[in-house]
Design a protein around this ligand. Structure first.
Ligand SMILES: Cc1cc2nc3c(=O)[nH]c(=O)nc-3n(C[C@H](O)[C@H](O)[C@H](O)COP(=O)(O)OP(=O)(O)OC[C@H]3O[C@@H](n4cnc5c(N)ncnc54)[C@H](O)[C@@H]3O)c2cc1C
Length: 226
């Protein structure tokens, strides 16, 4: 955060405890800020059970979790509470800047179509990425730096090996597996072209019924900050 403003209280987490804590701090005229990792308030009520009825909140015969969240947020709006969402994005952006600060652009070749978890039962179709030994070393160094950094921020480590690839499509229709396996086999070594990798991005992926929506949250050019 660039903002250096001082607060009497900073609450970590906009779950019901943090929201009510901020309300009470406001009642005591304390200048309060809430920092929340997620893009919205509510904690478990919003993420795990927004539609569930809750019966043990004083003053309510019953109330849906999402409605309780709305009321808790409305309650703190009596006071000038500052809410900061998605703070992990800031931390991840800073991490990416550190990791690629000393990197130079490198060339990768898009070659070979494959599938996860395997070509016989494809769920995700990808295009492999290859390159000269120095390029692959740069890519793997970047991957290791990011993996170590995000683990340090509390994210679980990826247990599967890193396979450099571009995702082309997701397969919904499992019946098409045999036909797709033939197409994948025929294109196993297909060369598509090469490009220069010169930046790293933090992409938000929202899986919706009509397909995934991708939003670039942060993009850092290699060598930025050198
Ligand atoms: C299925 C289910 C049903 C439940 N039903 C009821 C019920 O009927 N009645 C009842 O009283 N209780 C119920 N509970 C329990 C209730 O949801 C929890 O007690 C309550 O959510 C705890 O509130 P909290 O604010 O302490 O934590 P949480 O709701 O867990 O919120 C914590 C917030 O802090 C954020 N956070 C954590 N760490 C950081 C960080 N380092 N930086 C920034 N943000 C951070 C999280 O993203 C989250 O938004 C239920 C729980 C579940 C799972």
């Amino acid at each position: 955060m660039d903002n250096q403003e001082l607060y009497d209280i900073t609450i970590i987490g906009a779950g019901p405890t943090g929201l009510f804590g901020a309300f009470y701090a406001g009642m005591r005229r304390l200048k309060t800020k809430i920092i929340e990792a997620l893009p919205e308030a509510g904690g478990q009520l919003g993420v795990l059970y927004p539609e569930k009825l809750i019966y043990d909140v004083p003053g309510y015969y019953e109330i849906k979790a999402k409605d309780l969240t709305r009321e808790l947020v409305r309650q703190i709006m009596r006071f000038p509470v500052t809410l900061c969402f998605e703070e992990q994005v800031e931390a991840l952006g800073a991490l990416l800047r550190d990791v690629v600060a000393g990197m130079m652009p490198f060339v990768l070749e898009a070659r070979g179509i494959g599938a996860f978890p395997n070509p016989r039962a494809p769920r995700v179709i990808w295009l492999g990425l290859q390159g000269a030994p120095e390029a692959m070393a740069s890519l793997h160094r970047m991957h290791a730096g990011i993996e170590d950094g995000v683990a340090g921020l509390g994210f679980p480590r990826e247990s599967r090996a890193f396979t450099a690839h571009l995702t082309l499509a997701r397969v919904r229709d499992r019946q098409s597996g045999a036909a797709l396996a033939k197409v994948l086999e025929a294109n196993r070594d297909r060369a598509v072209g090469s490009f220069t990798a010169a930046s790293v991005g933090l992409i938000k992926s929202e899986l919706r019924p009509a397909g995934a929506v991708y939003t670039t949250l942060v993009e850092v050019p290699f060598g930025a900050g050198v």
